[in-house]
Write a protein that binds this ligand. Structure first.
Ligand SMILES: *[C@@H]1O[C@H](CO)[C@@H](O)[C@H](O)[C@H]1NC(C)=O
Ligand SMILES: *[C@@H]1O[C@H](CO)[C@@H](O)[C@H](O)[C@H]1NC(C)=O
Length: 172
C-alpha cells in the first residue's frame, strides 16, 4: 500500500515536471551601466558601445536610470531618431528610473527630449531578437503537418515515465 502510494506521487511528479514549460530567462538591461541615462560624457559613442555589448530579446527590460525632471525617455520612429525630432514620439516616460519592457522584435529608437540632450548623444538604438518561445507569425511557410495521432503520442510520452517511476518506487 505504501509503495503504491509512493508510486502515484512519483508518477504525478514525473508528469508534472515533464509538462512544465521551460522558463525563459528575462534580462534586465541597465542602460549605460553606471553612467545611467544622461548626456554621455563620451558623446554619442557611449550608448552605441553599450548597446553592442548587450543581447536584447523580447520580454527583456530596459532600465533607464535618470532623475525625474532632469531627463526623459521617448521611444521614437527611425526617421525621428537621426535628426532628434521630439514631436509625436511613440511613447514617453518622464519618471526616473523608467523600466520599459521590450514587447516586439526589431529596431527600437530612444531619445531624451530635453533641450539638446539628444543632439549631444543621449540617444539609444537597439535591435531586439524574437523570443525563442514566440510562436511563428501567421503566413510563415511551414507546410501543414499531417494529422498527428496526438492522443497516441502523448500516451507514448507518458508510458516510459510511468515505467521509470514504477521502477523507482520499487527501490524504496
Ligand atoms: C556621432 O557624433 C558625430 C560627431 O558629432 C557624428 O559625426 C556622427 O554622425 C554621430 N553618429 C551617430 C550614429 O549619431
Ligand atoms: C514610467 O516608468 C515607471 C517605472 O517603470 C512606471 O511606473 C510608470 O508608469 C511609467 N510611466 C509611463 C507614462 O509610462
Amino acid at each position: 500500500m505504501a509503495a503504491s502510494k509512493l508510486m502515484i506521487v512519483v508518477v504525478v511528479m514525473a508528469i508534472a515536471s515533464f509538462r512544465l514549460p521551460s522558463t525563459v530567462a528575462q534580462t534586465s538591461h541597465v542602460v549605460g551601466d553606471t553612467t545611467g541615462w544622461t548626456i554621455p560624457p563620451g558623446g554619442n559613442a557611449t550608448y552605441i558601445t553599450w548597446a553592442s555589448s548587450q543581447t536584447f530579446t523580447v520580454g527583456d527590460t530596459l532600465v533607464f536610470n535618470f532623475a525625474t525632471n532632469a531627463h526623459d525617455v521617448a521611444e521614437v520612429r527611425e526617421e525621428a531618431y537621426g535628426p532628434c525630432t521630439t514631436a509625436n514620439p511613440i511613447s514617453t516616460n518622464n519618471t526616473g528610473p523608467a523600466i520599459l519592457t521590450l514587447t516586439r522584435p526589431g529596431n527600437h529608437y530612444y531619445i531624451c527630449t530635453f533641450g539638446t540632450h539628444c543632439q549631444a548623444g543621449q540617444k539609444l538604438t537597439i535591435t531586439v531578437a524574437e523570443s525563442s518561445t514566440t510562436p511563428a507569425p501567421p503566413g510563415s511557410t511551414t507546410p501543414p503537418s499531417p494529422p498527428a495521432p496526438s492522443s497516441a503520442s502523448s500516451f507514448t510520452a507518458v508510458v516510459p515515465i510511468t515505467f521509470l517511476a514504477a521502477a523507482l518506487a520499487f527501490f524504496y
